[in-house]
Design a protein around this ligand. Structure first.
Ligand code: FE
Ligand code: FE
Length: 289
């Protein structure tokens, strides 16, 4: 397989010794970001983001999604606790996000702290802290275009309300008569749980935590990157009444995912005891990833 041009992450291969793998492959190392990368701060759609979506839209096919689900949803990669996963995640920067160069832990903490400050229930606060943990997929050698960014259904026509939809012209499913008509492989109102979403951190984390959190939390995790649905209103024809009921939760969560940027960054060390208790309330000491 060819190396990925955006990140220097290798495509999935033999799993390296954990620490060695992170050392060699995680990009960029904190504090070691190339100076040139900083020039694009003013550009709302950094070239990296565009290139990211070109790859994502080209390669996310039905076949690809099925392959990744088979490869990862057996959850046989690693057993680890939530805190261990958080520490690992913190070595990544998300190429798909034009707005932030925050480290991942800060993003999660700012979201969860904003949810907490608004007096929401504890499972909601915890969801803020966890929602991007599926990005540990990058640490299993996956390229970022197969981990982060907006998600969308595969197996039916791509909506023109998906970001950078012009890049779907390069996706072979766009030419496949099984998939390029409106319904594609689905029945109308079949429910999102029966839909194959483009592969990434949402579905993966949902599968990891699904036994442990209430239903609205699971929707927030599973569909938080499905902007064409929760923000643009597309794909209602795939939804059933349960999905429509849950949509308001996904939207409420999105406010915190996008707009929680505090000038005073939360202090992880100070907050750790609170979150440790919260994690213990909902999760066992180790989860299968
Ligand atoms: Fe996310
Ligand atoms: Fe997020």
């Amino acid at each position: 397989m060819e190396p990925h041009p955006i990140t220097n992450l290798k495509p999935q291969g033999a799993l390296h010794a954990w620490e060695e793998f992170i050392e060699e492959n995680v990009y960029p190392q904190p504090g070691a970001k190339a100076k040139d990368d900083y020039r694009n701060y003013d550009n709302p759609a950094r070239e990296t983001v565009r290139e990211f979506y070109r790859q994502n839209h080209r390669y996310q096919t039905v076949e690809f999604v099925r392959q990744k689900r088979n490869a990862f949803l057996g959850l046989k990669r690693k057993r680890m606790g939530i805190f261990e996963a958080l520490d690992l995640l913190n070595t990544l920067v998300d190429d798909s996000d034009p707005d932030i160069d925050l480290d991942q832990l800060q993003h999660l903490l700012q979201a969860s702290e904003a949810i907490r400050a608004d007096g929401h229930e504890d499972w909601f606060v915890l969801t803020g802290l966890l929602h991007d943990l599926g990005k540990v997929l990058c640490l299993f050698g996956e390229p970022q275009w197969a981990v982060v960014g907006d998600t969308f259904p595969v197996g039916c026509q791509f909506s023109d309300r998906i970001v950078y939809q012009e890049f779907f012209a390069e996706n072979p499913d766009s030419l496949d008569p099984r998939y390029n008509c409106q319904l594609g492989i689905y029945d109308k109102s079949c429910g999102l749980r029966n839909v194959l979403m483009s592969w990434g951190h949402d579905e993966y984390l949902y599968q990891v935590v699904k036994e442990h959190l209430p239903e609205p939390a699971l929707y927030m995790i599973r569909y938080h990157s499905f902007y064409a649905w929760h923000r643009e209103g597309a794909y209602d024809w795939l939804c059933d009444d349960h999905d429509r009921e849950m949509l308001s939760h996904v939207r409420e969560f999105n406010q915190y995912d996008l707009y929680s940027k505090c000038s005073q960054p939360p202090d992880w060390n100070e907050l750790r005891p609170y979150y440790s208790k919260l994690v213990d309330k909902f999760f066992p000491a180790a989860l299968a990833f």
